[in-house]
Design a protein around this ligand. Structure first.
Ligand SMILES: *[C@@H]1O[C@H](CO)[C@@H](O)[C@H](O)[C@H]1NC(C)=O
Ligand SMILES: *[C@@H]1O[C@H](CO)[C@@H](O)[C@H](O)[C@H]1NC(C)=O
Ligand SMILES: *[C@@H]1O[C@H](CO)[C@@H](O)[C@H](O)[C@H]1NC(C)=O
Ligand SMILES: *[C@@H]1O[C@H](CO)[C@@H](O)[C@H](O)[C@H]1NC(C)=O
Ligand SMILES: *[C@@H]1O[C@H](CO)[C@@H](O)[C@H](O)[C@H]1NC(C)=O
Ligand SMILES: *[C@@H]1O[C@H](CO)[C@@H](O)[C@H](O)[C@H]1NC(C)=O
Ligand SMILES: *[C@@H]1O[C@H](CO)[C@@H](O)[C@H](O)[C@H]1NC(C)=O
Length: 471
């Protein structure tokens, strides 16, 4: 095997026998990145927004914002017998939650209760002979005496927190993964040993998901560490600072004055006006009008939990209609595709802001196949900003706004026929298709090509990311 020559950003470099294309390639055209279909269309093209379960007649695998498809035994595409699985790394978005406080209206016409679950939070000495800790959880309440009242929903939830149904979705997600990688493939060990690790971000909602998911997999009796990097440098969320990536995103996407970004905002002014009239969000409140993010989260979080669409608190006959909500959902898909795939600058922006996690992934894979590390399964619980950037770097053929539980799985195989290693990437439980010709359908791709692609973009120990971020 000849070495892969280090490649320059945006160039097509040719090693003697492996040519790796590091350039951005446009995603496939579909209704999602066609403004006239998004603007003038109706409905949600079969995308689901109102339950974690698909309606009868809609197969598993369909886009379900409330609970995206993941690897499950029923649909799992088994690899040929001539390959042996040697390493798996999973990353997925947390499961369904309440909205973020910033996405709630100033005043809400109904409350949101979470008193059927506890968010456990405590410290305890790890040495078994030390003092113990009681199992305490947070119970949110508001005081009539405190004159400073939180805007938005009343009730006992944190905004955000994973909801009761979201906790169950997390548990099932773990059980389904275990059903494939333990029961079906006999790859995972019977006991959660040092071969299996879990990682979360500094946002507590990922820990809420991880604990349920681990019980769905191993139901361990012992304490389980959740690996976490320090605040402000965490690569999984991501939280590290990358000024160049931020300035790139704001030059063409949210907040920019680029004509092809503002086109859909200008064209949807009547929609914004009618939503504002119901929510009483001021029309000059920039955060709510620079993208559809806030309205999308606000409406979809309700609908995923079978809560009604909101009405004006002064006039309960003036409510957001399903047609308006569907328009918001279509526009959200359009925005994610624009920001993470359609813009030719999206690749560079994602490499800057998520390249460190990719460099870590490449190192994890190398450590596993060289047997420098005994870990055969790594599991990351992350956010939409993590999965979107990852899909941006992988140049997924059709981008969507990655819904709750959205999952990407990296499977590394040894071939029984030759000495080489191969990679398969699963998105939503099925083989991921990339618009980049070097990746293509990532189904038993030569691992050297994949690692060459990652190295070419992010460099050894993410050195190219550092250079890019400070450029
Ligand atoms: C939507 O349809 C109207 C009326 O046909 C047309 O004027 C407008 O340009 C269309 N919008 C887009 C974004 O194509
Ligand atoms: C969800 O919406 C679909 C239409 O998109 C509808 O057919 C279905 O009945 C709704 N389900 C629930 C639980 O409201
Ligand atoms: C939706 O936004 C409104 C307006 O800010 C807010 O009062 C409400 O709490 C939000 N709801 C959700 C589910 O985000
Ligand atoms: C528990 O804490 C007390 C107070 O610091 C200490 O004296 C005691 O040794 C601790 N007990 C154990 C079992 O560590
Ligand atoms: C490992 O699992 C087996 C059953 O599969 C059990 O008998 C054994 O006690 C476990 N070992 C540890 C260290 O948990
Ligand atoms: C309800 O009426 C009050 C008083 O006029 C006004 O301040 C508030 O913005 C209105 N709320 C909505 C949701 O329109
Ligand atoms: C937006 O416009 C810029 C400048 O004309 C162009 O380079 C870019 O390709 C366009 N982006 C999209 C997604 O069409």
């Amino acid at each position: 095997m000849r070495p892969i020559v280090p490649l320059l950003f945006g160039s097509i470099a040719t090693a003697q026998d492996i040519a790796i294309d590091l350039k951005w390639h446009a995603p496939r055209k579909s209704w999602i990145n066609d403004l006239s279909q998004v603007m003038n269309g109706t409905g949600t093209h079969g995308f689901i927004f109102n339950s974690s379960q698909n309606p009868a007649g809609t197969p598993y695998g369909a886009y379900n914002w409330c609970n995206m498809p993941h690897v499950r035994a029923q649909e799992y595409p088994r690899a040929s017998e001539s390959f042996e699985l040697v390493y798996v790394e999973v990353i997925h978005r947390h499961h369904k939650r309440t909205p973020y406080a910033s996405n709630t209206f100033l005043k809400e016409s109904y409350g949101w209760e979470c008193d059927n679950q506890g968010l456990f939070y405590y410290g305890e000495p790890l040495d078994p002979s030390g003092n113990r800790s009681a199992s305490t959880y947070w119970s949110l309440y508001t005081s009539d005496v405190n004159p400073f009242q939180q805007a938005g929903f009343k009730g006992s939830c944190q905004f955000p927190q994973i909801t009761r149904q979201g906790l169950d979705d997390s548990w099932q997600h773990g059980k389904d993964l275990y059903g494939v990688y333990h029961d079906l493939l006999e790859f995972l060990p019977n006991n959660m040993s040092d071969k299996v690790t879990y990682r979360v971000t500094n946002n507590q909602i990922t820990s809420q998901v991880a604990a349920m998911l681990i019980d769905g997999m191993y139901a361990p009796k012992e304490y389980t560490p959740l690996r976490i990097q320090p605040t402000n440098v965490d690569s999984l969320e991501p939280q590290y600072s990358c000024p160049k990536a931020s300035s790139l995103y704001s030059s063409y996407g949210v907040g920019s004055s680029a004509a092809n970004w503002t086109a859909h905002l200008a064209a949807t002014e009547p929609l914004f006006n009618s939503l504002d009239a119901i929510s009483a969000i001021a029309s000059d409140f920039k955060d709510w009008h620079k993208s559809f993010d806030h309205y999308y989260d606000n409406l979809s979080a309700r609908q995923c939990h079978a809560k009604p669409l909101p009405c004006n608190t002064n006039d309960t006959t003036a409510c957001v209609s399903q047609e308006q909500a569907d328009s918001v959902y279509r526009l959200g898909q359009y925005e994610y595709s624009f920001i993470y795939r359609d813009s030719p600058q999206s690749l560079q922006a994602a490499v800057g802001s998520y390249g460190v996690w990719l460099a870590e992934l490449a190192q994890n894979i190398r450590d596993a196949i060289s047997e420098k590390s005994s870990i055969i399964y790594r599991h990351n619980v992350a956010h939409d900003g993590s999965i979107s950037r990852l899909l941006s770097i992988l140049q997924i053929e059709q981008m969507v706004w990655v819904g709750m539980g959205s999952e990407v799985v990296f499977e590394i195989y040894a071939s029984k026929g030759d000495e080489k290693k191969y990679i398969r990437i699963l998105w939503g439980g099925q083989v991921l298709k990339s618009s980049n010709p070097s990746l293509g359908e990532v189904d038993m791709l030569d691992l050297d090509v994949f690692l060459g692609y990652v190295d070419g973009l992010v460099g050894n120990k993410a050195e190219k990311v550092v250079a890019l971020c400070n450029s």
